[in-house]
Design a protein around this ligand. Structure first.
Ligand SMILES: [Zn+2]
Length: 268
């Protein structure tokens, strides 16, 4: 992430030079684990990787995970550990869900926002559940998201979700996600702006693992002009920056051209 001043978040990853492989327990079964092929590692710096967030959002199949790890290393365990693939797959789905909820709050996305708000249900026992257009969903306790004023319907919970509550919901989800898998520490550390300059000291945020770093990086982007979009042609997530970033519809020029060709193609 390019930003003025030293970056707040710091993480050094061990990335296996020989890549990663899925571990299948049964023949043709859903992969259970993922690990480094060898013990030859190089250092990686996820906070300097501009495509990290949308690369994770594009993990839509367990088979996508090795390529992701080839580039960024493992998400939750030690460099020589074994990842829980079903868990990571659900985390990627969840990450996409939060991205689409956040993107729906951008200006010009009112119809999408209306749809997202419409797909949020609050149960009588206070569980908020959200269903997204891609079929993914998430559920969260309503306390801390709805309130403080009790509304006497649905056992104290309003069934109608508002824009402000969606903001609070996303913030709550990110906060809780950042506390899992070892969480985050705040440390005071020496740093230099250039190799030649004198050292100074400031605070840094150190996530315990790559998955926590992903959520932290997302929280840093919420409220900036940067945005994410889901390509109207190929469906992949992409990152966009600039004034109207949130209105970009295609991930690439190739997808825009392909989309317009599809529209113009004669029907047979
Ligand atoms: Zn595309």
């Amino acid at each position: 992430m390019s930003k003025s001043g030293p970056q707040l978040g710091r993480l050094m990853q061990y990335v296996c030079q020989d890549g990663y492989e899925l571990l299948h327990t049964g023949v043709g079964g859903f992969p259970e684990g993922l690990k480094a092929k060898t013990d030859r590692f190089v250092a990686g710096y996820p906070y300097e990787e501009p495509s990290l967030l949308h690369d994770f959002a594009n993990v839509t199949d367990p088979e996508d995970l090795p390529a992701f790890c080839d580039r960024y290393g493992l998400l939750t365990t030690d460099p020589d550990g074994v990842e829980n693939v079903p868990h990571l797959y659900r985390e990627a789905q969840f990450f996409r869900g939060v991205l689409s909820a956040w993107v729906s709050l951008k200006p010009g996305k009112e119809p999408v926002l209306a749809e997202v708000l419409n797909n949020i249900q609050v149960s009588e026992d206070g569980i908020v559940s959200v269903t997204f257009t891609d079929g993914s969903g998430m559920a969260w306790p309503a306390s801390g998201i709805i309130g403080p004023s009790p509304i006497v319907e649905n056992h104290g919970y309003s069934q109608k979700f508002t824009e402000d509550q969606l903001h609070q919901f996303i913030a709550t989800v990110i906060t809780q996600k950042m506390s899992q898998h070892g969480g985050i520490s705040i440390t005071a550390e020496p740093y230099k702006t250039t190799d030649q300059s004198r050292a100074n000291i400031r605070t840094f945020i150190r996530p315990a693992c790559l998955l926590v770093a992903l959520w932290h990086m997302l929280s840093e982007l919420v409220g900036t002009e940067e945005s994410f979009g889901q390509c109207g042609q190929c469906g992949r997530w992409f990152r966009a920056s600039g004034k109207n970033a949130h209105l970009k519809v295609y991930c690439s020029g190739a997808c825009r051209v392909r989309h317009h060709r599809t529209l113009k193609a004669p029907r047979l």
